[in-house]
Design a protein around this ligand. Structure first.
Ligand SMILES: O=C(O)c1ccc[n+]([C@@H]2O[C@H](COP(=O)([O-])O)[C@@H](O)[C@H]2O)c1
Ligand SMILES: Cc1cc2nc[nH]c2cc1C
Length: 346
């Protein structure tokens, strides 16, 4: 792979200079100022263009581990929610409608034929459910590569549709278990430090979930040193596709707003596969999952929002879109102080 471009450093400097010259007190725009500079650098232009075409892809799949007491909800929720996204009635659908974000949902590994769901949603299925990671690999190496390529292709399609900002979302009962294992494997941490309550498991189920995550890590062993092998052992079709999507966005120089644990765990792997990819990512929100916080820290990303959200679906990323648009509006539309003041007598 050729070296990854970074967001334009000259444009970043020019944007920082414009920010410093706005008719606002120095530093008064706080994070909004920094975000505007980041968007300008990713676009390669000052002032940045308005983010009119923002596109979310929700990667859906089931997880064998969900049959083993790690979630507060049954796997049947996954296909039900895919149908709900298609109807535009999920939590993320309401947010996306409110904020003018285009939503696409893709089945990578839902354990259901999804009869009656539009063909484009079903066209990328890699397999029905992924392996139960504490006892078997999530995927074959070929399936991992196939899912990764689907993610890349989907990102290219979204970019061809004019995406100025891409968002990644997830749907899959049980997916906080593989995502936590992915983060533990990447950071060399034990299960106890990364495992969270997901959809809200009780104390006993949380302890069991920790054991399951540790079994998965022990089973995968040294293979986690290679990121694609780690995805084969510990992820799923939907998560491997998300990694490919994020890699392609970074390689295409399109900025990404990340969501909760699954999105950020996949960003960690995108940055392992293509070092420097994280420069193209911003964190939409802080989820309640400990592994998400650990992965964000490793990536050097500070979340825009901290609302106690743990919905997934891309909801935290969509909720942060108005903040990013605000940042762009300020850097575009505020006068320069120098234009308002008569030149100083020398
Ligand atoms: O985004 C997050 O950080 C997040 C945290 C907890 C739960 N979720 C969502 O809930 C589901 C996974 O939770 P669980 O308990 O089944 O592993 C999945 O559909 C996710 O979208 C998402
Ligand atoms: C209802 C429901 C909606 C979701 N959206 C993302 N994960 C979810 C899990 C459940 C249980």
């Amino acid at each position: 792979m050729s070296a990854l471009a970074v967001p334009d450093p000259d444009v970043r400097s020019a944007a920082a200079e414009r920010l410093a010259g706005l008719a606002t007190p120095t530093g008064a725009l706080g994070r909004l100022g920094e975000l505007g500079v980041w968007v300008a650098a990713t676009q390669g232009v000052v002032p940045p263009r308005p983010l009119d075409n923002v596109r979310l892809v929700i990667f859906a799949g089931d997880h064998g581990v969900a049959q083993h007491g790690v979630s507060a909800y049954p796997p049947a929720i996954t296909p039900a929610m895919v149908r709900t996204f298609v109807m535009g009635k999920a939590g993320v659908s309401a947010l996306a409608a409110a904020h003018g974000v285009h939503v696409r949902v893709l089945d990578l590994g839902v354990d259901d034929d999804l009869d009656g769901v539009p063909a484009d949603v079903r066209a990328h299925k890699v397999r029905r459910s992924s392996g139960a990671i504490h006892v078997e690999d999530a995927l074959s190496a070929d399936e991992a590569a196939q899912a990764f390529e689907v993610g890349r292709t989907v990102a290219r399609e979204e970019i061809a549709a004019g995406a100025q900002l891409l968002l990644s979302g997830d749907m899959g009962i049980g997916n906080t278990t593989p995502a936590a294992a992915m983060v533990a494997a990447a950071l060399g941490l034990p299960a106890a430090e990364v495992t969270g309550r997901g959809t809200g498991v009780d104390d006993a189920a949380l302890r069991h979930k920790q054991v399951v995550v540790q079994q998965a890590l022990d089973r995968a062993g040294d293979r986690v040193a290679d990121p694609m092998d780690a995805l084969t052992a510990l992820s799923s079709a939907d998560l491997a596709a998300t990694v490919g999507y994020l890699v392609q966005a970074a390689e295409s120089g399109v900025p990404v707003l990340l969501d909760g644990l699954m999105s950020v765990a996949c960003a960690l792997y995108a940055d392992r596969i293509v070092p420097g990819a994280a420069a193209w990512f911003a964190a939409g929100h802080r989820s309640t999952e400990p592994a998400q916080a650990l992965a964000l820290e490793k990536l050097g990303l500070e979340p825009v929002l901290d609302l106690g959200l743990r919905l997934g679906e891309g909801s935290g990323a969509v909720a942060a879109v108005p903040v990013l648009r605000s940042a762009v509006a300020l850097l575009r539309d505020v006068a320069l102080l120098a234009d308002l003041m008569p030149p100083e007598e020398s």
